[in-house]
Design a protein around this ligand. Structure first.
Ligand code: AMP
Length: 460
């Protein structure tokens, strides 16, 4: 074998997975911090659940005949012979935790949120990954429609805060009392058109008729448009519940679109269901609206009982972080940049490096935004780093400074260098940074007064 042939194998990402590189982190930090802020504002507490759960938990809650359970779960038998799956969503696990930890005995409703990765063995494409991240909000133990409105308000508001224009599409899928009647009517209707439906929908006709409404196949669309609508078959209680949800949304001025064709891919929903989609979806997006949905959720009043707990109404929603980031980039939305650093600490020679190691600790402890270049030797490469980082000051500890007990402070903008007593380095830096901040404020104000047009009130 030649040298070339024994070339080392390199590894690549597994299909459908994604690295989140340092340049991307600002988007993640921004979204997560806004989610946490909103959670605090609305009184939601954080819950974290494991990435793996019993496979049965998902097949029972999400539904045996759903795409997620049928095709998309990462399921395997572990070394203890347990059938386990990577979570494809959060709700089932959170409900399991609610039952297992006796949260029913706490004052209700329980309001929790979580953030983390989920896994679905789906066909990867833009906005659809096999490992993706959701944030998820749940209200457990309350039937009142005001909670439905609040959950929708939160799902909507997160997008608004980020600067995205979205629509809320809403529907009611009724309850176990009225849904079977509707399903029957729907089945009769689709049966009449069976031969003209797509193959997927023909299969769904037998197993899960409601899911035909979710079909993205072109040939099904005209039949879906003409299909009987669930809202016309709601029992009185479900109808009143739905009307009150809509009234509260009107009060909150959350814009919504009644969309009788949204059914959502999971079996456990009752009554309110909704999806948040970007405004101005292109035609190709419309065809694949499952990829463009930024979030979705609804009510699942029967879920906890289905999982062995006491009957407890609950509801929630989840949004995909990757999809939000795609939207932010597509719409060129400016997001706050992480705070830049003010100081670079440079050193020349081994003794100076040792002293710089300690000084760095002291500077960070004193609260300065400081970086170091410990592994570099010459001054030039270190000052290049200072320029690249855009710091205001460079601190230089050279051999002379070591002997004199001093340190040099270089103003990176003007290039002026001053030697100060090492013992006074902290107050000296503070003084300079404060002075630079005042100059910046003055410059800012001067710029404003040079452009008085920006201060003229808008004529309209
Ligand atoms: P779902 O539970 O399917 O309604 O998903 C809720 C949200 O999670 C969706 O609206 C998307 O934003 C996101 N999401 C779901 N599946 C994926 C995926 N495979 N890749 C990326 N994001 C996803």
């Amino acid at each position: 074998m030649t040298k070339k042939e024994v070339k080392k194998k390199t590894f690549q990402l597994i299909k459908g997975m994604k690295d989140i590189l340092p340049a991307e982190q600002k988007y993640w930090e921004y979204i997560i911090s806004e989610v946490k802020k909103i959670a605090r504002q609305y009184g939601f507490e954080r819950i974290d659940i494991p990435v793996v759960e019993a496979t049965d938990l998902f097949s029972r809650s999400v539904g045996q005949a759903t795409d997620i359970v049928e095709k998309e779960m990462y399921s395997f038998v572990d070394k203890g012979n347990e059938n386990i799956s990577l979570r494809p969503e959060f709700t089932a696990g959170i409900m399991r935790a609610y039952i297992e930890h006796g949260m029913l005995d706490l004052p209700q409703p329980i309001k929790v949120y979580t953030i983390g990765p989920c896994f679905r063995y789906d066909k990867p494409q833009a906005g659809r990954y096999r490992q993706f991240h959701q944030f998820n909000f749940e209200i457990i133990g309350e039937e009142d429609p005001v909670c439905d409105a609040q959950i929708i308000q939160i799902a909507y508001k997160i997008n608004c805060v980020i600067g995205l224009e979205v629509n809320v599409q809403i529907n009611s899928v009724g309850c176990p009392i009225c849904r079977p009647d509707y399903e029957q009517v729907l089945k009769e209707y689709f049966k009449k058109h069976r031969s003209k439906l797509s193959e997927v929908s023909q299969k769904r006709l037998a197993k899960n008729t409601l899911r035909i409404l979710d079909s993205k196949e072109e040939q099904d669309q005209s039949f879906i448009e003409e299909a009987p609508q669930q809202v016309d078959y709601l029992c009185e209680e479900c109808r009143n519940h739905f009307i009150r949800v809509l009234e509260y949304l009107d009060e909150l001025e959350v814009p919504y679109i009644l969309n009788p064709t949204i059914v959502r891919g999971l079996d456990y929903y009752t009554r309110t269901i909704f999806e948040v989609t970007p405004v101005e979806v292109s035609d190709s997006d419309k065809e694949q609206s499952r990829q463009t949905a930024l979030g979705g959720g609804g009510r699942y009043d029967g879920l906890i009982e289905l999982l062995g707990g006491r009957s407890t109404p609950s509801l929630g929603f989840a949004s995909g972080i990757e999809r939000l980031i795609l939207q932010i980039k597509e719409k060129n939305i400016k997001i706050p940049t992480p705070p830049s650093c003010d100081i670079l600490l440079t050193q020349l020679g081994e003794d100076a490096r040792k002293k710089a190691l300690v000084l760095f600790e002291e500077l960070t402890k004193a609260g300065f935004k400081v970086r170091e270049a410990f592994s570099k030797n010459g001054l030039k490469p270190q000052l290049e780093i200072a320029n690249r980082l855009g710091v205001k000051l460079a601190l230089i500890l050279g051999q002379k400074e070591m002997i004199d007990g001093t340190i040099m402070i270089r103003d990176m903008d003007g290039g002026i260098q001053e030697i100060v007593d090492y013992q006074k380095v902290i107050p000296e830096i503070k003084k300079r940074l404060e002075k630079l901040a005042i100059v910046n404020i003055k410059l800012d104000n001067k710029n404003k007064s040079m452009h008085p047009a920006s201060e003229v009130p808008d004529k309209e």
